[in-house]
Write a new protein. Structure first.
Length: 311
């Protein structure tokens, strides 16, 4: 990371602030490797709050210049016109991903809007805020295809896919995740959007020990698989993903669709396509969803992969 490249960072943020809609958005994605000297830096706009994240330790010159530049930006015309309220700097490379308030007063539980839907975030305490912004087009795809369908949302986290599915007219959604606290936040996200919770189930179970409970409400018309790249003691991507794929034939309806996702830079879309051929050969690869343009990556295979398969 090179501190003399930071003017490019600030110029880009100001330009994006002038353009982005009044929704949550990534403004700067250094991890896409498009910005030399700024590869471990990101910036997200949370409708009045700016979250800047460092993914690698930097020297004192970089950190000082970054903080000073953020304070200067807080006095800019565009900041005031967009009603900027606070700036948070998160040290993602440190244990626990601690955060430092650089400017203003933090709302650590903000409600943000994406594609017209409301989600509550949790800032400053966890590595992730509660909504993965690069999956926006995936949630949009589910909303557009969910009308009248039964949807299974595996590794549901805070149930963003579920919110999108119910908004799109899904008949029923089953969310499965080991973390009951995340599912509780998902329930709150549905309430924020005034959804009928009788159509939504929340199963706080280990997927690999609960296939009977998962299968019972099926068969499903759409299955979303969006696992963590690695979760110590519970999920190893390249080994455990295949265990899920081989279960698909008994879970999915005859004309069902699968949205299979992977967000590890070291695992390509070829892994998913070949694994599906291996474990569930009756499923055919249809297409890969685009990622939002703000997440452009010099290596497409290093970014989020969201692949659609049909039976």
């Amino acid at each position: 990371m090179i501190h003399t490249e930071l003017p490019t960072f600030f110029s880009h943020i100001e330009s994006e602030l002038n353009l982005v809609p009044d929704e949550v958005r990534r403004l700067f994605h250094g991890r896409g490797q498009r910005w030399q000297g700024l590869e471990q830096l990101t910036c997200d706009w949370l409708q009045g709050q700016l979250v800047v994240s460092l993914f690698k330790e930097v020297d004192d010159a970089f950190l000082s210049a970054l903080k000073a530049g953020l304070l200067v930006m807080s006095e800019s015309d565009v900041w005031n016109s967009r009603k900027g309220r606070s700036i948070l700097l998160q040290y993602r490379y440190q244990n626990g991903a601690p955060a430092e308030l650089i400017y203003g007063e933090l709302d650590n539980m903000p409600v943000v809007i994406e594609s017209g839907l409301k989600y509550q975030l949790d800032l400053g305490k966890n590595q992730n805020s509660g909504l993965f912004l690069d999956m926006r087009f995936g949630r949009n795809w589910v909303q557009q295809n969910a009308s009248g369908k039964k949807v299974l949302n595996l590794f549901a986290y805070t149930c963003g896919f579920s919110v999108a599915a119910i908004e799109g007219g899904a008949e029923q959604v089953v969310n499965v995740d080991m973390a009951r606290s995340s599912l509780s936040k998902g329930r709150d996200n549905h309430r924020l959007n005034q959804h009928d919770l009788s159509k939504v189930s929340f199963l706080g179970h280990d997927i690999f020990k609960s296939w009977g409970k998962i299968k019972k409400p099926g068969p499903y018309d759409i299955i979303v698989i969006d696992p963590p790249s690695f979760q110590k003691g519970s999920f190893a991507l390249t080994k455990d993903y295949k265990k899920i794929l081989r279960r698909l034939p008994e879970l999915l309806s005859e004309s069902g669709l699968v949205l299979a996702c992977v967000n590890s830079p070291s695992v390509s879309s070829t892994f998913l396509i070949e694994s599906m051929k291996e474990e569930a050969p009756e499923f055919t690869f249809s297409h890969r969803l685009d990622n939002p343009p703000e997440f452009e990556d010099v290596d497409k295979e290093a970014s989020l992969k969201a692949l659609v398969f049909s039976r």
